[in-house]
Design a protein around this ligand. Structure first.
Ligand SMILES: Cc1cc2nc3c(=O)[nH]c(=O)nc-3n(C[C@H](O)[C@H](O)[C@H](O)COP(=O)(O)OP(=O)(O)OC[C@H]3O[C@@H](n4cnc5c(N)ncnc54)[C@H](O)[C@@H]3O)c2cc1C
Length: 371
């Protein structure tokens, strides 16, 4: 049997794999292999899909800044983000303000009363909100539109997306990768490992040393809000320290997340009853709302490298094995910049001006830093 030769076989049709494949489709032949029946079935389809600078790492903030101008009009729209300090979180809010302002100079400081004026359900006083930061330039992302735009443009550039095609084997033969799925085998020049929570499993299949990606479980619920509130005007609202974030979905439904982070094996993550109850409890403590009935709930895995920064680059020991991993809780909002980086490194083209402008160099993303 003759095997088809492909320049770049991308493993995983989440936002990482599709955005990189879309770029690489201009540099050679591209095939994306995905286990599931649809693109974005795992983390990419379960996210809150928001872009802001409340991120622990300067590198991630810089990648976000480089990404914002690259989102198309269907992928992102301006929507304010409000970061609140609950009683005891003032220091955390202060340090967030100084990190954040570098990227969002119009950031505004709000008093507890001003915060409550914007989101009237929030309690003030003991245990409640004591202050806030408002970023009017944050963006609401449309994950579905992002995935679909990449999917269509990969295909129109001559690339392919093979759904229901889990990678089962990866081996080296005559200086190329032999990539096995249950229905076909391919000969690839470069393998791009963009398998989200499964990237270390893919490495093991290829006899490459894993880099220690940790999938962390996160829960989301939605519920209907009783009472007269103009929720469309509410910003995406997130506590500066442990707590929750909330976001209006339409006129009467609220999405809430307790920002849980439980280690998990790679899997189809499901919401646990304890985390669902914790979410409702935290909302009831900090707001005037009660959560009598959950409208919907889901969970997803956010996958982090040991230093919680993304990993983009060739493995130091395995030729033509490329990591695109560790997108944590920022994989959508950094995907345009990370795809640019992946294109430049994997195809050997010039380092993009968009990344240079925010001070991001290839070395900061390289898997070699984790050795
Ligand atoms: C609750 C929640 C909220 C979030 N909120 C935000 C947010 O507001 N903003 C933001 O930017 N990010 C957010 N994130 C993070 C973001 O969703 C992720 O960083 C991003 O989706 C990761 O994309 P990915 O393509 O790496 O992974 P995935 O979307 O998980 O894609 C990996 C794909 O690889 C496939 N795969 C695995 N093994 C194989 C194999 N052997 N063969 C073929 N295919 C395989 C999987 O089936 C999967 O489809 C959130 C995540 C969660 C869970």
């Amino acid at each position: 049997m003759t095997m088809r030769k492909i320049d770049f076989v991308v493993i995983g049709a989440g936002i990482a794999g599709l955005s990189a494949a879309n770029r690489l489709a201009r540099r050679g032949s591209v095939l994306v292999c995905e286990t599931e029946e649809a693109c974005g079935f795992h983390a990419s389809g379960r996210s809150a899909a928001f872009a802001h600078f409340d991120m622990d790492s300067r590198l991630v903030r810089a990648l976000t800044a480089a990404s914002l101008p690259l989102f198309g009009r269907t992928a992102a729209r301006f929507h304010p983000a409000l970061f609140i300090a609950l009683d005891g979180q003032e220091r955390k809010l202060n340090s967030l303000a100084s990190d954040y302002r570098e990227w969002a100079p119009r950031l505004e400081r709000l008093s507890a009363d001003e915060v409550q004026g914007m989101v009237p359900i929030l309690r003030t006083g003991k245990g409640g909100v004591v202050g806030g930061l408002l970023d009017k330039d944050a963006r609401k992302l449309d994950a579905h539109a992002m995935l679909e735009t990449h999917r269509k443009s990969i295909i129109s550039a001559g690339g392919e997306i093979a759904l229901r095609s889990p990678i089962k084997g990866l081996s080296r033969q005559a200086g190329r990768w032999i990539v096995d799925t249950p229905s076909a085998s391919y000969s690839a020049k470069v393998v791009i490992n963009a398998a989200g929570a499964w990237v270390d499993e893919i490495a093991r299949l290829a006899s490459v040393a894993p880099i220690g990606i940790a999938p962390l479980h996160r829960t989301v619920i939605t519920f209907d809000v009783v009472g007269q509130h103009d929720m469309r005007a509410w910003p995406f609202t997130k506590t500066a320290g442990p707590g929750f974030y909330i976001e209006a979905e339409g006129t009467s439904r609220l999405l809430a997340c307790p920002m849980d982070e439980h280690p998990s094996a790679p899997c189809d993550a499901q919401p646990g009853e304890e985390d669902v109850a914790l979410t409702a409890w935290r909302i009831e403590q900090a707001t005037t709302l009660t959560v009598p009935r959950i409208a919907s709930k889901w969970a997803g895995l956010r996958s982090f490298a040991p230093d919680r920064e993304p990993v983009v680059g060739f493995d130091a020991a395995a030729p033509d094995f490329f990591w695109l991993a560790g997108q944590g809780g920022f994989g959508l909002q950094t995907s345009p910049a990370l795809a640019l980086a992946a294109e430049a490194i994997a195809a050997g083209t010039d380092w993009p001006e968009e990344l240079r402008a925010v001070g991001v160099e290839a070395g900061a993303l390289s898997p070699a830093r984790l050795d």
